[in-house]
Design a protein around this ligand. Structure first.
Ligand code: DP6
Length: 337
């Protein structure tokens, strides 16, 4: 029987950068995100009698290729397959196809949607439906594949990931559903190259920044501000807080040993343009970056067309991806094979 799932990426308003436990992938701090409907992973999986797993992946505008365990992310996927097969007490291998509709590794949370879609499909295919239906448990299962930001894609809309202190207490919780607040996330693509320092490396290096502990302390009040701003739909509180947060994380990245510089000239251009548009035209839009050069520009629905138009008129912006809040990972009957 074929199982298919569809999972969104998510954009973090409060970021996860650094872990307190590298084996259980427990993040050093809580994080908060919104699922984004324009960046998705679609996965189809079938159990087969075979001596090996057969995994095909396809990234934006590329061909399907066989996944080989030649990177941390790929090894994490094979480990996740083995772990869930053992959990189910099965000997059956898998045939799987998984595709992203957006560029990978450019700071677009590519592995969050992949790991969420793949973990959900594995649980359903191996008969562990109760772990899929219980979204907190689903989020723990997703975390174990090594991409802790992916656990936020387990639930609908606006989600908080709790750092917790052990496997049981580190899971996602929903702040509000996808229809609560129609924020828009316009991703301005200014670079498409693969990032030089992966998030997995970054989580291990974060503590080498002399400012890491200071960030963990100063961010606590920002977590409350962002959570409350979402509940109150207060954009004047949310906007400045998410910019401050993004820059706080990038300060850590740039002061790690060795450092990681994700911003490029196009990133800086967008940051300055947004500040000008706010000051000069009262156009309220704010940036946030993940581990990449491409800004996610957050605004309210009423300003989305204008912001998108202005971003697209900057010469550094190649194209934009417009996202609205959406549900977390879902099962679908739309199969890829
Ligand atoms: C900068 O290791 O969970 O996006 O790179 O997608 O595997 P992937 O993510 P992960 O680290 C994400 C770090 C971040 C901030 C965030 O999304 O919280």
């Amino acid at each position: 029987m074929k199982i298919s799932t569809l999972a969104p990426a998510n954009i973090a308003f409060i970021k996860y950068w650094g872990r307190r436990d590298h084996e259980l992938f427990l993040p050093a701090n809580n994080s908060i995100s919104m699922n984004i409907n324009g960046c998705k992973t679609h996965t189809t999986l079938e159990l087969v009698e075979s001596d090996q797993d057969h995994v095909l992946v396809k990234f934006h505008k590329q061909e399907y290729k066989q996944l080989l365990p030649d990177s941390i992310k790929a090894r994490n996927i094979f480990d996740q397959i083995k772990r869930i097969r053992q959990l189910a007490g099965s000997n059956l291998k898998i045939k799987m196809k998984s595709e992203n509709n957006f560029p990978a590794d450019a700071g677009l949370a590519s592995s969050a949607s992949s790991f969420a879609a793949i973990t959900a499909a594995l649980l359903l295919a191996y008969g562990l439906k109760e772990k899929f239906d219980d979204k907190q448990e689903l989020s723990r299962q997703i975390r174990l594949c090594g991409s802790a930001s992916a656990i936020r894609s387990a639930m609908d809309g606006y989600v908080e990931m709790l750092t917790g202190f052990d496997h049981e207490s580190s899971h996602a919780v929903q702040i509000a559903g996808e229809n609560h607040w129609n924020l828009v996330d316009i991703i301005a693509i200014v670079e498409t190259g693969k990032k030089k320092v992966s998030s997995s490396q970054g989580h291990e290096l974060a503590e080498t920044s002399p400012y890491f502990q200071a960030r963990l302390t100063e961010m606590q009040s920002r977590l409350d501000t962002v959570r409350q701003a979402i509940l109150d739909k207060d954009f004047t509180k949310l906007g400045p807080a998410i910019e401050e947060e993004s820059t706080s994380m990038h300060a850590i990245m740039m002061t790690m040993k060795p450092p990681a510089y994700y911003w490029g000239a196009g990133s800086m251009r967008v940051m300055r343009a947004l500040m000008d548009w706010r000051d000069e035209d009262d156009l309220q839009a704010y940036f946030t970056f993940d581990a990449g050069a491409n800004p996610h520009v957050i605004c309210e629905e009423k300003d989305a067309e204008e912001v998108k138009h202005r971003l697209e008129s900057l010469p550094e912006v190649q194209w934009t991806i417009l996202n609205r809040p959406c549900k977390g990972v879902q099962e679908t009957q739309d199969h890829l094979f």
